[in-house]
Design a binder for this molecule. Structure first.
Ligand code: OAD
Length: 509
């Protein structure tokens, strides 16, 4: 997996800007506001040289929670913009000798293990690219801060672009990728050291078995959509939807009745599959049996007889055969080597180009007309899709709806909630669109559990300056408050919280 700091829209999918949660979890206390302002002083060169050692120590100060991590990062970027990246490098890397790894970490970037052995200075080109990119990144628009601003814009907008990721489908029981209990964490439990390798085209060509071992977990088992999917269809019904860019491969957007021409499936889908050898294309569902049974699926077109035979000679050949066949008596037999190509679902793997449709849309000029950008349920960690947010006009309001905040870009208004469906209901309520949304959610194709959870949960909506809303269930908010109250009573806190979450879940699903 490679880090992609360069804005290259013709790149194949690459992971960008990981947020290193461990940084936060292992942190100890510190006075960050003073640290952050000192950092700005340092960067702006307003301190004496004799203080520089103490100042560079400020870089080592850990952040105690997510808010502080974000704050520190924002301070760094603020000063980067003031200084410009060459002066920033001069000051911190060359004069103060702040380790490049530390600067990258403070910017929210965790490096792949492949770079562990690199000398710190070898990372300079990477840091330069990151700083250039950060310095030119979009800034938050000061006039959009509240839910009312968003609602106003929903009413006004005529060309809404929606960008979605796995988070819009988790209320249907589908895993996302990067959450603690997401698909990649599950792969890691199965011993896959670099889980996203499952989607690496080079790995697939060499060892397609890795993909076929785990792909069943990703097969779309439902044709039911969530209230968040319904909201996108609602935007189309109201003649507001310009384009939906989806990174999801579950194909559920179309189940809402959304027109084909409105949807760009940036990372392909399971809908079709192609032979990696002869490029023969088939309906994706023809592979489902093999995928469910963890068997390689072979092309029926290029399966040319006669099938070659190979004598197993070496000890390692025999050992391999024992493991995979589980039958010792076969060790001296000849083994078939299939000649047919392996079928690959038309999901875009890392190392493959995105579908033409993506580049056609990006090149069409449509994005320039965008008057509202809504990102839902995506960590925005995979380029080039993550770059879409910098392709809409700088004056276009951008809103972010997700379970976890993003640190590597600035949205105008953020909605952080365990279920984006809750945010959608709240937005529609305030926009006067709830009835319209409900109609779509009453369709048999809407997932009953997800719909009930969205409609039957009383919500606790809290605003945090300057522009972030935290939306959770009242039950959860009350449990948290109770936990705080009882914080000092050993053994009670966790149970109260757990009970409440369970009753919440039972009530709604
Ligand atoms: P990620 O798993 O990276 O991000 C999902 C985001 O949705 C996270 O921020 C979650 O906190 C959030 N989330 C999860 N459930 C939610 C819910 N019910 N309500 C609100 N937010 C929720 O998934 P993507 O961003 O879609 O690529 O990942 C992008 C690409 O990475 C995928 O398309 C896939 C993967 O490697 C390929 O297959 C090529």
């Amino acid at each position: 997996m490679s880090f992609s700091p360069v804005e290259d829209l013709h790149a194949t999918p690459k992971e960008v800007n990981s947020e290193d949660k461990n940084d936060v979890e292992t942190a100890s206390t510190s006075s960050i506001s003073s640290s952050a302002s000192l950092l700005v002083d340092i960067m702006c060169g307003s301190k004496d040289d004799e203080d520089s050692e103490a100042e560079s120590d400020e870089w080592d100060r850990p952040a105690v929670d997510d808010d502080e991590v974000i704050k520190q990062r924002e301070e760094i970027i603020k000063s980067l913009r003031i200084l410009g990246y060459p002066a920033f490098l001069e000051k911190h890397v060359f004069e103060q000798q702040v380790p490049i790894r530390l600067i990258l970490k403070k910017l929210g970037i965790s490096l792949p293990t492949a770079l562990d052995d690199f000398e710190d200075l070898d990372l300079l080109p990477l840091l330069k690219e990151v700083l250039k990119r950060e310095a030119s990144r979009r800034l938050k628009l000061p006039q959009y801060n509240t839910i009312d601003d968003v609602v106003k814009q929903l009413h006004k907008a005529k060309n809404v672009v929606v960008l979605v990721g796995a988070g819009i489908s988790t209320s249907l029981g589908i895993l996302d990728f990067r959450s603690d209990n997401g698909f990649y964490a599950r792969l890691a439990q199965h011993g896959l050291s670099e889980p996203s390798e499952m989607f690496d085209i080079h790995t697939f060509r060499e060892e397609p078995g890795i993909f076929y071992t785990f792909a069943k977990e990703l097969l779309p088992e439902t044709h039911h959509y969530s209230p968040s999917h319904a909201f996108i269809r609602l935007l189309e019904q109201k003649n507001k939807l310009s384009t939906l860019f989806t990174q999801n491969i579950d194909n559920l957007e179309r189940e809402t009745g959304l027109s084909e021409e409105k949807v760009v499936q940036c990372h392909g889908s399971f809908a079709t599959a192609t032979c990696i050898q002869c490029k023969h294309k088939v309906e994706g569902s023809l592979l489902y049996d093999d995928i469910r049974n963890q068997r390689l699926s072979y092309c029926t077109e290029c399966n040319k007889p006669p099938v070659k035979k190979r004598k197993l000679t070496s000890a390692s050949d025999r050992a391999f055969s024992d493991v995979y066949n589980g039958e010792n008596e076969k060790e001296e037999e000849e083994e078939d080597i299939p000649q047919a190509g392996v079928m690959k679902p038309d999901i875009t793997f890392f190392g493959e180009a995105l579908p033409d449709q993506f580049f056609e849309k990006v090149g069409s000029g449509d994005l320039e007309k965008t008057d509202l950008l809504i990102c839902i349920g995506t960590s925005l960690k995979v380029a080039p899709v993550s770059e879409l947010i910098s392709l809409v006009p700088a004056s276009t309001p951008q809103i972010y709806i997700s379970r976890t905040p993003v640190r590597h870009t600035q949205f105008d208004v953020n909605f952080i909630s365990p279920f984006c469906d809750w945010v959608i209901v709240e937005l529609c309520k305030r926009a006067g669109w709830l009835e319209d949304l409900e109609k779509l959610c009453n369709e048999p194709k809407c997932h009953t559990g997800a719909k009930n959870r969205a409609w039957n949960t009383s919500l606790d909506v809290r605003f945090h300056e300057p522009s972030t809303y935290y939306i959770k269930s009242k039950a959860e908010a009350e449990a948290e408050a109770l936990c705080k109250e009882r914080e000092n009573v050993p053994g009670e806190t966790e149970n109260v919280y757990k009970d409440s979450i369970e009753s919440d879940t039972n009530q709604t699903v």
